[in-house]
Design a protein around this ligand. Structure first.
Ligand code: BDP
Length: 327
């Protein structure tokens, strides 16, 4: 693999149309996303691309490869570290095993509300977690919303923690989530997102856990009819850039990228809220059984061993304390 040749795929530099105010793309950054076109994360990176193009006078373009065209998240993360993929919009989850700081916002019930999460991510804790990516050949650019994740399954309505006993759920590829499911008395199978639908359909697993838009857009709601809103996780999405690709840019272009990424977050949040409502409506209209009346207290209490196991390093302990201190 020739590193760096695929990123910055020098776009065919045909002579700019006479009279055109904008130059042709000199630099094309390839961006990965597991979700389909139109999903709030994909739309946000497209919006960032528009801003970058405009602010660079047409020199820098972003091409979003949606629907996992460049691969599943764990693999695309490695390719981004190697500079084969320039930008990557991923859940924090698949970073947990390589970047310890990402475990903190991935802890169950760490955020009290969407508002609390936004305040944390928009403040210095959010900035410190993004900065941690730089030790891993990546540049953390910004956060996007991902709502809260709850369990869904094909077998039965789960109305209390006891109902989870012995059931098998897919989780993202992170040890933290394996331990989280075990602490609830169920079994976890880490696997790529793209394998979940058929694994539920064929009974390899009983279900998975995700937010409304993913439950809907992935079609998982078609094969897992019971959705229990225990809201155990609020794992933010993150947009990262390959450090290799970033370092090739001039300081001025780096500033354009950083600012455009930040500016895409409010757009994402607005689209997210609308999509959450639309996805819920679609799933309810399909006749799925939604369990909203659930006592979360036992779920929260059951998570203590997960905190005990993962929050041992003083640096992570301090991040947890700082998050809890945000009003
Ligand atoms: C979705 C995230 C996506 C993850 C997926 C998963 O947006 O990045 O790949 O969950 O569960 O909510 O793997």
């Amino acid at each position: 693999m020739k590193l760096g040749t695929m990123s910055f795929a020098a776009a065919a530099c045909t002579v700019a149309m006479a009279g055109s105010a904008l130059a042709e793309c000199e630099i094309t950054l390839r961006s990965s996303d597991t979700h389909a076109d139109g999903y709030p994360t994909v739309a946000a990176v497209n919006h960032m691309g528009d801003l970058v193009k405009e602010r660079s006078g047409g020199r820098i373009c972003i091409e979003v490869f949606h629907s996992a065209q460049l691969g599943e998240e764990k693999d695309t993360i490695e390719q981004t570290q190697f500079g084969v993929i320039d930008l990557n919009r991923v859940s924090m989850g698949p970073f947990n095993n390589i970047i310890p700081e990402t475990q903190v916002p991935s802890l169950p019930y760490i955020f009290r509300s969407t508002d609390h999460m936004h305040k944390v991510l928009d403040g210095d804790v959010g900035a410190d977690i993004l900065a941690a990516f730089s030790n891993h050949d990546l540049v953390g650019l910004t956060y996007y919303d991902a709502g809260s994740r709850s369990f869904y399954n094909s077998q039965k309505p789960i109305t209390s923690m006891d109902d989870l006993a012995g059931m098998k759920f897919r989780v993202m590829q992170s040890d933290l989530f394996v331990d989280m499911v075990a602490a609830l008395g169920a079994n976890a199978t880490p696997m790529p997102y793209g394998e979940v639908y058929s694994s539920i359909q064929t009974g390899v697993i009983d279900g998975a856990e995700n937010n409304w838009p993913s439950y809907e857009s992935s079609g998982h709601f078609e094969v897992a009819g019971y959705y229990t809103l225990d809201q155990h996780l609020m794992v933010p999405e993150v947009l990262v850039m390959s450090k290799m690709s970033f370092d090739k840019l001039s300081a001025e272009d780096q500033a354009i990228i950083l600012q455009a990424a930040k500016d895409s977050t409010p757009v994402n949040r607005e689209l997210w809220a609308a999509r959450e409502a639309a996805s819920e409506e679609k799933v309810r209209a399909a006749g799925n059984e939604i369990i909203t009346d659930i006592d979360k207290a036992p779920f929260v209490a059951a998570m203590q061993p997960v905190y005990d196991k993962y929050v041992t390093d003083p640096a992570l302990q301090s991040l947890v304390a700082r998050i809890q201190a945000v009003e």
